[in-house]
Design a protein. Structure first.
Length: 299
């Protein structure tokens, strides 16, 4: 609205955070009550910028009164009315998440065209960061990664009935305890769509399933395809689909689309990996979504 507030029924998102509003018989709003709001943006001090991308800027921040650190994701947006309800609903789900393999969203705010998400800070970065340091990840460690990501996907798919839509190395975060958690589901994809970024060639397309990248109907199994590509990339140290004639990357979206849709899916080299690992990758990267195992079956 003009006041800088999202409203969806009894739910409000504004500069005070995510709140619920009760309504009387005349449908006039009463005073908004915070949903366990623990944060005020003014109480968060920026330590440093820890990430930048098409979705926004991520800062490491410290809470003045508790000295706890968090990741603050700030997204500038020109939002369309048609996606407001979806975004607020996703934010509500984000904060209601009770899964240890999903990055916690402690609070969210909307002010002056910006959405700010106060997120759990994962101090070892993403699996993309890890891969840059170690080049490849050995099977025993990949098994640990897989188990945790699959637990997160089981929660999203079977309990929350959510398709993540953007499983990739940079959206799988790690901390010093060895925990791997999924971040960035729902909101970022919808924000990108609302800002007309679907026509822009960005890295996210690399991990899209054939049915999704070609614009067909897709479901939970599209996340399984993405997971298979991610795990294979971590194992071999590079994105599994090689560009046809350009070693530095894909020339454009259409070349990538043609390869993913028209070429056989990649597989784990059987001379380098165990039969169990090769079988797992094959169960994920099937071109027909009906042939892919579910997150529950893979776990």
């Amino acid at each position: 609205t003009a006041s800088g507030t999202f409203q969806d029924g009894d739910l409000l998102l504004n500069r005070q955070g995510l709140r619920f509003v009760s309504q009387d018989k005349e449908n006039s709003p009463s005073c908004a009550q915070p949903e366990d709001t623990q944060f005020n943006l003014a109480d968060l001090e920026t330590v440093k910028v820890i990430g930048k991308g098409s979705g926004g800027v991520v800062q490491l921040v410290r809470h003045k009164w508790t000295n706890k650190v968090f990741a603050l994701k700030v997204i500038q947006m020109n939002i369309q009315e048609t996606v407001r309800k979806q975004i607020v609903q996703e934010l509500k789900i984000n904060q209601a998440s009770q899964c240890p393999n999903i990055v916690v969203c402690h609070d969210s705010f909307y002010n002056n065209g910006f959405i700010s998400l106060v997120l759990e800070y994962m101090d070892c970065g993403s699996l993309a960061d890890v891969l840059k340091q170690v080049k490849t990840i050995l099977e025993p460690y990949l098994a640990v990664v897989c188990k945790q990501v699959l637990k997160g996907l089981v929660y999203l798919h079977h309990e929350r009935h959510i398709i993540h839509r953007d499983i990739k190395p940079s959206n799988l975060l790690v901390n010093h305890k060895g925990e791997v958690k999924i971040t960035d589901f729902g909101v970022s994809a919808m924000l990108a769509n609302s800002m007309g970024q679907r026509d822009t060639f960005v890295g996210t397309y690399n991990y899209m399933s054939p049915e999704r990248i070609s614009g067909s109907v897709y479901g939970y199994s599209s996340d399984i395809w993405s997971l298979g590509l991610v795990i294979l990339e971590l194992a071999i140290g590079r994105f599994p689909y090689l560009p046809l004639e350009n070693e530095e990357g894909w020339l454009n979206f259409y070349e990538l689309l043609e390869t993913i849709v028209g070429q056989p899916p990649p597989c784990a080299p059987p001379d380098q990996f165990s039969p169990e690992f090769c079988s797992f990758i094959s169960a994920c990267i099937q071109k027909n979504p009906k042939d892919r195992m579910s997150s529950m079956e893979l776990l």
